[in-house]
Design a protein around this ligand. Sequence first.
Ligand code: PEP
Length: 251
Amino acid sequence: MKKLMAANWKMNKTLAEAGATATDLAARVEQRLAADREVLIIPPFTALAAVAKAVSGAAGFFVGAQDFYPKDKGAFTGEIAPAQILDCGAVYALTGHSERRHVLGETDAFVGQKTAYGLGSGLKVILCVGERIEERRAGKVEEVLTRQLLAGLADVPRDQDPENLVVAYEPVWAIGTGEVAGPAEIVEAHALVRSRLGRKFGANGGKIRILYGGSVKPENCAEIMSLDNVDGVLVGGASLSAESFSAIVTA
Ligand code: PEP
């Protein structure tokens, strides 16, 4: 199972900036990328094709979308279909990122609908889950993660190819705050996710990558990557510069 080092650029970068950062990143990383690691760039929709072109010759590099709508085409103004993402040269997509859940109001059920639809459309899907600080303080981490995983995976078939499904544990309180979860918190949450994946997918649950996300930086990445059941990282702020993200990828 290759580790996945993912850069979520959110609503940042012009076309020119995205292409330049991707090109710079590929140049910095290409010769130094460990054989067991993959790099994923998740730019805004507007830059998907440009970033895919910029990294097309870079071994181990992939491109993904931050979101999609669970239909193949039609009257869904402002939305993007999985086929349009694939058409840009991107192969991954996120579902359930905390900003979509908590800023844009996406429900657990809608996240589940998208996850199954994306996988069925040929995308590799990264389902994001994570508790808010008040839920952690109330001792509800297990309850929240279980609810999000059950709903998020409800319509995913039990014989799902584990290579195409990834889960990202991203505690909401650690996203963009500089406050990284502690090693014990990460290990506990990832073990819980792993056990839920085992219940749903049997032995294949052990082959599904689980990423950690939340204020990952060059300085803390190596320690996080060394933890049990951490199969990669999903990085926001520190992925915006090629210098910083290349240090994470090679940490
Ligand atoms: C994210 O957006 O998924 C994220 C983890 O952001 P940051 O690294 O900035 O906390």
